[in-house]
Design a protein around this ligand. Sequence first.
Ligand SMILES: NC(=O)c1ccc[n+]([C@@H]2O[C@H](COP(=O)([O-])OP(=O)(O)OC[C@H]3O[C@@H](n4cnc5c(N)ncnc54)[C@H](OP(=O)(O)O)[C@@H]3O)[C@@H](O)[C@H]2O)c1
Length: 321
Amino acid sequence: MMQTRTLGTQGLAASAVGYGSMGITMAYGAADAEGGSSAIQRAYDLGVTFFDTAELYGWGENEKVVGQAVKDFRDDVAIATKFGYTHDFGFDSRPGHIREVVENSLRNLGMAHVDVLYQHRVDPNVPIEDVAGTVKELIDAGKVRYFGLSEAGPETIRRAHAVQPVSVLQTEYSLFERDAEMLFPTLNELGIGFVPYSPLGRGFLTGTAKPASLYEESDMRSWDARWQPGNFEKNVEATVQLAELAASKDATVAQFALAWLLAQGEHIVPIPGTRSAGRVEENVGAADLVLSEADLSRISEILPLGGFGSRYPEAMIPNWQ
Ligand SMILES: NC(=O)c1ccc[n+]([C@@H]2O[C@H](COP(=O)([O-])OP(=O)(O)OC[C@H]3O[C@@H](n4cnc5c(N)ncnc54)[C@H](OP(=O)(O)O)[C@@H]3O)[C@@H](O)[C@H]2O)c1
């Protein structure tokens, strides 16, 4: 039985390992709705109850795949989606836009409510109090259950929380990316849950990474800094050492990377993404893997500060405030 974790103090419950759907329609090569749907079904069969999508992931296409895939067990699971991007990757969290996106998301998902509504990125042009107030109205109207933020800094989280309690913050966090730890004191103080995205380092922490030049242009790993010559070799070296450590416990490096996240706090639920049912099974196995103090200290010797190469190009790195 998969253990359940609690995110925030408003009642949101999730399986210890969730599922992220972005790769079904973007970012890591060709879209694969069929593989994604079977991965979602397998995840549910294995006890996953927390599924993550966004308007951005195909402008409704991803939500349609997720909605269709969960329709037979919708009431058993929590569905999270996100608003706040424009089609040219700008930000728009004006109240009217939020309401419009939520109507579209509900239609695309084929649902009467979403469980978690995240602001995908903080919009510098809209006071966060207005965003939180709009989400509050949607909660009062029964269209949304819980409020989430993504890539928000301490002051923003605090201001939002004062208007509508925030249940969960979603931000990149993995053995390759440790900056999110600076947000933990605020989350702990306010009782907010944490969802690490790209918990497998966009797939690097699985032992399957290839040099950047071997990915198609549409695959972000063709330009991601961690895959570029110089960083790539060092990241491979660390991953090989992690894989050796994992093998000593009959686990895989992906399972070790996820178990490490789960060991960082009870309020943490990673959402690994894959289009493969077999890989879902591997990832979900991390929930049963308990790392010893010796494992944790060996891991921090292998990767004391994170991976090599920035998580995003400079201009895309969110400015946490
Ligand atoms: N809030 C945000 O701004 C934001 C940003 C990024 C992501 N997210 C969310 O977080 C979720 C997870 O992040 P992510 O998809 O970027 O990265 P991730 O989960 O760290 O890695 C996904 C990649 O790893 C591969 N993979 C997964 N499990 C594997 C395994 N066991 N063995 C080998 N390869 C494996 C997948 O390939 P295959 O599909 O080929 O298996 C995919 O290419 C997303 O789906 C999305 O829901 C949110």
